[in-house]
Write a new protein. Structure first.
Length: 238
């Protein structure tokens, strides 16, 4: 079963590859090989299913996940892209590279290797799991997860780690994936979903997003970029 979100990413890749202004120089998507049985197995592992286990078994994960979570697993399963867009003597880049939930929840946090202990967000950073290895150096989409956490971590604990700084994103995990498609994975698109005061220092990145929006609007005049436009307006860039 292929869910709508996985198709959105595949359609985005195909749309960019079929446009002369884009060079998609890295692409991987393998969700067609993720069969229903494999999806079910991912859920069993995430749920910490304890059937037929002895009393010493302690479930790895304490939250329950319903079938709707299969879409998030499938959309992030071996799914990545990097591209460059060139238009009217200007250019910009875009990228994403997802780790699906079964991987990033089980991965040992390591971002503390990139910061000092006196970093004001150190206590959060030490629990961050990476779900989006963007192609921007030292930038990652992350979730704040600790063993025993509830499913709500997917609703409010989403961050962008950007060059030793931590930016809280006003996005759920599912909204992150959908917004990545809607903003065509432009570099630093995540900053538009942060508090404007928190990211005001990144004027270079934000102005590049404005330029990317202007180029995309000309390249795809029939496409709906209302979300992109609204987020730029919130940051007083339009």
């Amino acid at each position: 079963m292929i869910y709508d979100l996985a198709n959105k990413f595949k359609d985005l890749k195909n749309e960019l590859e079929n446009n002369d202004h884009f060079d998609v120089y890295a692409r991987y998507d393998d969700n067609e090989d993720l069969m229903q049985a494999q999806l079910n197995n991912q859920l069993l592992n995430l749920n910490g299913d304890d059937e037929d286990e002895d009393e010493s078994y302690i479930p790895e994960y304490t939250f329950g996940l319903d079938d709707s979570f299969k879409e998030l697993i499938e959309a992030t399963w071996k799914n990545m892209m990097q591209y460059k867009c060139s238009f009217e003597n200007e250019s910009f880049y875009g990228s994403y590279s997802f780790n699906h939930p079964y991987v990033f929840i089980d991965e040992a946090p390591w971002l503390t290797d990139l910061v000092e202990e006196d970093n004001k967000d150190y206590e959060i950073i030490k629990n961050l799991r990476i779900f989006d290895n963007t192609n921007v150096k030292y930038q990652f989409g992350c979730i704040n997860y600790q063993k025993g956490a509830s499913k709500e971590i997917f609703e409010k604990e989403i961050y962008l780690f950007h060059d030793e700084h931590l930016i809280h994103l006003n996005l759920t995990f599912e909204e992150y994936l959908n917004s990545c498609v809607a903003l065509m994975a432009c570099e630093n698109w995540q900053m538009l979903f942060a508090d404007p005061n928190e990211v005001s220092r990144y004027s270079k990145e934000l102005n590049q997003l404005k330029a990317s929006y202007n180029m995309l609007s000309k390249i795809f005049p029939e496409k709906n970029f209302e979300l992109f436009k609204n987020k730029l307006s919130e940051h007083k860039l339009l």
